[in-house]
Design a protein around this ligand. Structure first.
Ligand code: NAD
Length: 477
């Protein structure tokens, strides 16, 4: 179903994110018939160029980032007709009147802040003072949303000085993934899981976001941030919330976000012994310290931690989170390990198995449940695990190949005015309020990250974090 006609202004329209994700994503929605010909996408950035030059840039981005099957010449031409450009200085006066003249009165109006957070306040203020943004305008902001509670509060203050919370869409692209929404469908659309979704039946939960890449060209930025700020505070925290939250009464934005917020507020502080930080060392590729050109850096490129949620549902079930760069595989998953049966009627020799539900986000999205059956053959009653696999690619065939990526889906949600998959201001602040003391504690102690080999599963110490609880991390594959 196509969305209504819209004007989407992309501040930072010439930047890396716009080129790689936003513009190709919009094109794919146009190709799929979801973005109407009447829509306008207006790039707004400092680069002094005309519309033709910006359209050329957009055409190049499509050529580079959209699969050949979707690149049909007529469709590209019609899409480029929707593209406009304004040279504009977020901190000055130039370009704003021109931008105003391009915005129409009777369309959905959205402003995507694809610029560093240092410019959020300037842009928000000018959108209001130049009377560009209407009362019902939608504001989309990117991560990082602050680097601690104080800066996140300041960003929220700058935005809320000019816009209502119901207008603000804070992007966490993990929430746009098909499987993340499927996690909610599995939990709340089946009777099978929810009765078991608690500390009585769940032994522990593992959430992993492993990357094979290093910090690449983002070294200087990353070194000021680290895995805790860059990944845990936002992406892993969101996945944890969706896994652990109570069933909302309705699938509506505030009902879902209220429940997520309660999870964050119920998180206990993490003990120092339950956090392992790591840095990848030199190997086939340069090590972290070379990548960030800072031989004394104590910033982590890997983190593993164990946390507890103090509420009736989860008391006693640990949640283990880990994320890192230059690891053995690119893999994101949420894995719910159920407890073994309370008593085995088959005796010890049959072996004890427990159900495992894994929700894969990367590389191929899908849900997999391991169930216990009898080993085939006449060898007596021995138990084994078999997967009940629901890989979307197989189950949905053609449709899976056409599944929109996270950015596309989220941008269309903005156009529909649906905030369910966007973070609310109080959620972001609560996540920082939990994160800040952990970072402060290790900074105060001056603790150094442990070293780990490139292409590994992280430092030995992260294995020990599990082993001391008689558990193991899932294989990275
Ligand atoms: P970038 O440096 O490639 O692009 C920045 C854009 O902002 C350019 O279009 C530039 O012209 C514009 N700009 C800068 N100063 C301006 C000013 N004073 N007035 C008007 N325009 C100005 O950055 P990026 O990688 O596209 O990232 C944009 C934001 O998105 C950042 O906050 C980044 O952290 C975030 N982000 C980026 C990615 C990514 O994959 N690149 C992913 C997640 C979040």
């Amino acid at each position: 179903i196509p969305v209504d006609a819209f004007d989407l202004v992309i501040f930072g329209g010439t930047g890396d994110l716009a080129r790689r994700k936003i513009l190709p994503g919009l094109y794919r929605r146009f190709w799929a018939g979801q973005m109407p010909d009447e829509a306008r996408i207006i790039g707004a950035a400092r680069t002094d160029q005309d519309v033709a030059a910006f359209r050329t840039m957009v055409a190049e981005a499509i050529a580079e980032f959209v699969s050949e099957r979707k690149r049909d010449a007529d469709c590209i031409k019609r899409f480029l007709d929707c593209i406009d450009y304004v040279t504009l200085d977020a901190r000055g006066e130039a370009g704003w009147k021109e931008l105003k003249s391009k915005c129409r009165a009777n369309t959905v109006q959205a402003f995507y802040f694809s610029v560093g957070p240092g410019l959020f306040g300037d842009i928000a203020e000018r959108l209001r003072s130049f009377k560009i943004a209407r009362q019902d305008a939608r504001i989309v902001v990117e991560k990082p949303f602050g680097r601690d509670l104080a800066t996140a509060k300041e960003l929220n203050r700058e935005l809320s000085a000019n816009f209502d919370e119901s207008q603000i869409y804070r992007i966490d692209h993990y929430l746009g993934k098909e499987t993340v929404q499927n996690l909610m469908a599995v939990r709340f659309g089946n009777v099978l899981f929810e009765p078991l979704w608690n500390a009585q039946y769940v032994d522990h939960v593992q959430i992993t976001v492993a990357e094979t890449v290093g910090v690449g060209g983002r070294g200087a930025y990353y070194d000021k941030s680290g895995a805790m700020r860059d990944m845990v505070q936002n992406h892993l925290m969101q996945l944890l919330c969706l896994t652990a939250m109570e069933p909302p009464a309705k699938f509506d934005p505030d009902a879902v976000r209220d429940e997520k917020l309660k999870v964050i507020r119920a998180l206990d502080p993490v003990e120092a012994d339950d956090i392992v930080r790591g840095q990848y060392r030199e190997g086939a590729e340069p090590g972290y310290l070379q990548d960030v050109e800072n031989p004394d850096s104590r910033t982590e490129s890997f983190i593993a931690l164990k946390c507890h949620i103090s509420n009736w549902r989860w008391k006693g079930t640990p949640f283990y989170l880990r994320t890192g760069k230059r690891m053995a595989a690119r893999m994101s998953e949420i894995v719910v390990h159920f407890k073994p049966t309370p008593h085995s009627i088959f005796g010890e020799e049959a072996g004890t198995k427990a159900n495992v539900l894994s929700i894969r986000l990367q590389p191929d999205e899908g849900i997999d449940l391991s169930v216990t059956i009898k080993e085939p053959g006449p060898g007596g009653m021995r138990l084994m695990d078999v997967p009940l696999d629901m890989s979307f690619a197989e189950a949905l065939g053609e449709e899976a190949a056409d599944m929109p990526d996270a950015y596309e889906r989220l941008i269309m949600d903005v156009m529909r005015g649906n905030q369910t998959l966007f973070m609310r201001g109080d959620e972001v602040e609560a996540a920082w309020a939990w994160t800040d003391p952990l970072i402060e504690a290790w900074t105060r102690r001056g603790s150094k990250p442990c070293s780990y080999a490139q292409g590994s599963t992280g430092p030995e110490e992260a294995m020990m974090l599990m082993h001391k609880d008689r558990r193991r991390w899932r294989e990275l594959e």
